[in-house]
Design a protein around this ligand. Structure first.
Ligand code: ADP
Ligand code: MG
Length: 264
């Protein structure tokens, strides 16, 4: 049998040309193992293909985490569910798996006073969904309204809204902070109407609907917007005292003790 010579120096170039970086990095180790253990060729090839695919998935998630613009450090692990007894952890974890709600374009509405943990749980859900393969964008509602207003001015509102379709979920934080002059252009209504029953929205607000009159240009549009938002929605009401305030109070006795010791 004639010995077939393989140009191993050329292999890295070929793998680079084919954009297979994981295989490029790992083929030597895998090849050594395959030779040692006498793998059939199909097993060797499959192992390499699996590595490349896994690496691609990992890099895709990394990119999606960057584009999601989630506030750092807000995870489900660091959320204390005991602090919000009316929030079912099991329900939140079910939503975090993405299951069926995102494919139906259903919404999630989070209500609660400042500091109750709305932004934290929203960001944590967003992060977990990205890790589960979904695309998410987290934005302060006033920021996204401002951006869409600029697009409207240059007659690009519809394409700008269509571009947001690439996100399975848009998290609009603090919808009730939209100011009166921002509301007048109705870009937010158009965003809500465009995503209705197609693409999901997660919205946080300090007040459930009561003070939404200034978010939209007129009462009819306010009703129409709320109608679309709640039609297929899960609503969490987080009526708890500010977590910041509570933790500040919880820390207090310690510092009192400290002062007492220091002055003793
Ligand atoms: P909201 O958006 O409702 O005003 P935040 O989510 O910004 O409140 O919460 C205020 C601060 O308290 C944040 O630093 C957040 O991480 C923290 N926090 C709120 N609720 C919880 C909780 N249940 N467990 C852990 N940290 C929390
Ligand atoms: Mg918030």
């Amino acid at each position: 049998m004639s010995k077939i010579s393989v140009d191993t120096a050329r292999l890295p170039l070929l793998l680079n040309e084919l954009r297979l970086p994981a295989i490029g990095r790992l083929w030597q180790d895998i090849a050594a193992r395959a030779d040692k253990e006498g793998w059939p060729a199909i097993r060797f090839l499959s192992a390499l293909a699996e590595l490349e695919v896994a690496e691609r998935a990992r890099r895709r998630i990394e990119r999606h985490l960057v584009e999601a613009r989630l506030p750092p450090g807000k995870t489900l692990d660091s959320f204390d569910f005991n602090a919000v007894p009316m929030l079912s952890k099991a329900h939140v974890l079910a939503l975090a798996s993405g299951d069926t709600w995102l494919s139906k374009g259903a919404n999630l509405l989070l209500f609660g006073p400042p500091g109750s943990g709305k932004s934290h749980i929203a960001a944590a859900l967003g992060r977990t969904l990205v890790e589960n393969g979904y695309r998410v964008l987290f934005a302060r509602t006033t920021d996204i309204v401002q951006r869409l207003q600029a697009e409207r001015q240059s007659l690009q509102l519809a394409p700008a809204i269509a571009k947001l379709d690439r996100f399975d979920l848009l998290l609009l934080d603090d919808i009730s902070y939209v100011s009166k002059d921002q509301a007048e252009t109705s870009v937010l209504f158009e965003l809500i109407a465009a995503r209705y029953e197609r693409r999901s929205l997660m919205i946080t607000a300090n007040q459930p609907f009561g003070d939404w009159s200034k978010v939209f240009p007129d009462p009819a549009m306010t009703v129409a917007a709320i109608d679309r938002l709640v039609h297929h929605a899960t609503i969490f009401e987080m009526n708890v005292e500010s977590y910041r305030r509570r933790t500040a109070i919880a820390r207090k006795p310690k510092s009192d003790q400290h002062t007492a010791k220091a002055t003793a």
